[in-house]
Design a protein around this ligand. Structure first.
Ligand code: AMP
Length: 287
């Protein structure tokens, strides 16, 4: 497995793979790899011949320096995980290589970034769109694999690839969960045992709403209320939002007469968690 740390070295690696006729697949991550990331790597093998995992804790997308500073960075473990998963190259640039003095160009997403997470995390999606564009520029992928865990991010990246003619196939992977339902996240290790136990209320609340949807409820306000009540009744949870939105536009809807997503964000102690569930007929529901 090759480990590359500069955009130039990464691009040269990818150009060699392309010249050999291989399809290149990239899995962008911030490291602290868990089974959610592994599911992305597995999907990458189905869509590409050569797999690149990028590991970069992107300062541009953090709106709280404490969150950036405390973000886990177990790089040696991560390299071991990638090797075992049959990854061909890890691209782990330094912040200095990514944002050299004089850096000033950013990618500004549109309306999709103003909703849900947008008001809570000013500048976050601009940071994401910028770094994903840079990672695509360095890795030159045919396909890129993203998790539905970060549903809004996935939607924004798809839009960006279309709008900017980036020509990268975007592959979406369902949320991987712990046995008790908690969506896997690199931030889960920062939960105290008490908050870790309390955090399961998020997936339980989404599941309860999804069950009502499956039983025929199509009033978005009623489904939202089910989830809100459960989360607010749970211990330790400080709820930020529960929204039912159109799966493509992320615009809130009142009646679920098309593909929709129920999304939530809440704090447990100092840790902010997000989760979501598709509200769609069983044949199209993926999470
Ligand atoms: P992160 O390292 O948290 O920035 O995540 C990197 C990629 O892994 C993103 O596309 C995430 O959506 C995806 N991901 C993170 N956690 C999960 C999960 N539990 N299930 C599926 N995908 C995930």
């Amino acid at each position: 497995m090759d480990v590359l740390t500069t955009p130039a070295d990464m691009r040269a690696w990818s150009e060699r793979a392309r010249a050999a006729g291989d399809r290149v697949g990239v899995v962008p991550t911030m490291g602290a790899l868990h089974r959610g990331h592994l599911a992305l790597i597995e999907h990458a093998h189905e869509h590409a011949d050569r797999i690149v995992v990028t590991i970069f804790v992107n300062p541009l997308q953090f709106n709280e320096s404490a969150d950036f500073d405390s973000y886990p960075r177990p790089i040696d473990d991560d390299l071991g995980v990638c090797r075992a998963a049959g990854v061909d190259a890890v691209y782990a640039p330094t912040a200095a290589a990514m944002y050299a003095p004089g850096f000033q160009t950013r990618v500004v997403p549109g309306d999709l970034a103003e909703r849900l997470e947008g008001p809570m995390r000013p500048g976050h999606f601009e940071g994401v769109a910028t770094v994903v564009t840079k990672l695509f520029g360095a890795t030159r992928p045919h396909a890129a694999i993203f998790g539905q865990k970060d549903y809004q991010q996935l939607t924004i990246v798809r839009r960006m690839v279309t709008d900017l003619d980036l020509g990268v196939e975007i592959v979406a992977v369902p949320i991987v969960r712990e046995a008790d339902g908690l969506a896997m996240s690199s931030r889960n290790v920062r939960l105290t045992p008490e908050h870790r136990a309390a955090a399961t209320v998020l997936s339980k609340a989404l599941h309860a709403a999804r069950e009502r949807y499956d039983a025929g409820e199509r009033d978005a306000r009623a489904l939202r209320r089910t989830a809100v009540d459960m989360i607010e009744d749970g211990a330790h949870a400080e709820l930020e939002y529960v929204e039912v939105v159109d799966a493509d536009t992320l615009v809130p809807i009142e009646r679920i007469d098309r593909d929709a997503v129920l999304l939530t964000a809440a704090w447990f102690g100092g840790v902010r968690l997000i989760d979501n569930v598709r509200l769609a007929p069983p044949s199209t529901a993926e999470t």
